[in-house]
Ligand binder design. Structure first.
Ligand code: TYM
Length: 339
């Protein structure tokens, strides 16, 4: 049994605008957790420079960091309740990541599927930072001794790594229970939102087709159009859950509806059993528009005052350093660094 007090940490990369997968898989749960335990939410700008995806221009990265911060707040993350900051302002993340680079084994990183997916055949040209990306993610979590990490399904392997690194550090330095073993919090029907064009692919910021995803900044017409054009099959909705097996696109739309509503999939199926997808898509479009358009409007309002966003990030970083500083001082002592 761990003796660590409950603490939440999670983060998102400021690369392109956030989409419905980010919202349903993570953000919606972040908002809920704020009322259950102390939470830290960061914008992981140091992770964003691991790939050459257009953020070589410093102004673009800074703008994306502010935009993601605005998306957090507009979705309901309250800077008065939660600590909200960008990763690069808290140098303890990088310091701990270096120590963890020396704890983690090459073989562990070699098994990370996200690295393989992101690099494909061009492994040799990937940055070293992209390879050790999961180690920095582990440092993000453990530099606060966070115990709970709300994420989408695709982050499960990175969280297993966080437990492996915590365990090896605790045992190598003979400091049992110094770091907690963080728990993934993967909950609701939207933990793996798929592309609207291909039910076998994850909804992603990097998909070339904008019709594959719903962006948090899309207007009502765009949202409705994307849902109406989403791929489905010719069959109506089934009257039991098993009837969605082998129908990836149909199942994805049902999951999205359930996640937006915050209800189990079975309730959605019960409500629409036997109905045609044309009718279901109209209901889904209405629900998505009602949920997402106020977020987009609030983001626009917040982004009109970038200085205010910077103040929130600065205040959050000070609070975050207040937690990370003493933990990092302990780590340095444990490792044998002389202050
Ligand atoms: P990122 O920026 O790719 O995604 C942010 C969050 O959104 C979730 N997500 C999805 N959930 C459901 N369906 C989808 N299609 C979908 N796409 C993305 C992700 O699971 C994630 O929760 N490595 C992380 C960022 C990170 C982090 C951390 C997370 C850095 N340090 C520490 C937690 C704790 C990432 O790239 O997420």
């Amino acid at each position: 049994m761990t003796t660590h007090p409950q603490l939440v940490l999670s983060g998102m990369q400021p690369t392109n605008v956030l989409h419905l997968g980010n919202y349903l898989g993570a953000l919606k749960n972040w908002v809920k957790l704020q009322d259950e335990m102390p939470c830290l939410y960061c914008v992981v700008d140091m992770h964003a420079i691991t790939q050459d995806t257009g953020y070589r221009h410093p102004k673009e990265l800074a703008a994306a960091t502010r935009e993601v911060t605005a998306a957090y707040i507009a979705s309901g993350v309250d800077p008065k309740k939660s600590v909200l900051f960008n990763q690069s302002r808290v140098p303890e993340h990088a310091e701990l990541a270096w120590i963890f680079n020396c704890v983690a084994r090459l073989g562990w990183l070699g098994r990370m599927t996200q690295f393989k997916e992101k690099t494909g055949k061009h492994k040799e040209r990937a940055s070293v930072g992209l390879y050790t990306y999961p180690v920095l993610q582990v440092a993000d979590i453990l530099v606060y001794k966070a115990t709970h990490v709300p994420v989408g399904e695709d982050q499960r392997q990175h969280l297993e790594l966080s437990r492996d690194i915590a365990q090896k550090f605790n045992s190598d330095y003979d400091t049992p229970d110094f770091f907690p073993l963080p728990e993934p919090v993967i909950m609701g029907a939207g933990t793996r939102v798929m592309s609207l064009r291909d039910g076998t692919k994850k909804m992603s910021k990097s998909d070339e087709s904008d019709y594959s995803r719903i962006n948090l900044t899309d207007d009502a017409d765009t949202i409705s159009q994307k849902i109406r054009k989403a791929r489905t099959d010719p069959n109506p909705l089934p009257d039991f859950e098993k009837g969605l097996e082998g129908r990836a696109e149909a199942e994805n739309l049902v999951n999205i509806y359930a996640a937006l509503l915050g209800k189990p999939k079975s309730e959605v199926i019960a409500a629409f059993a036997g109905k045609q997808f044309s009718e279901f898509k109209n209901a889904l479009a209405d629900l998505a528009v009602t949920t997402l358009t106020p977020i987009a409007a609030e983001m626009r309002r917040l982004l009109a005052d970038p200085a205010e966003i910077d103040l929130i990030l600065q205040a959050g970083a000070e609070k975050a350093r207040g937690i990370a500083g003493p933990i990092m001082a302990d780590v340095k002592r444990i490792v044998g660094f002389v202050a």
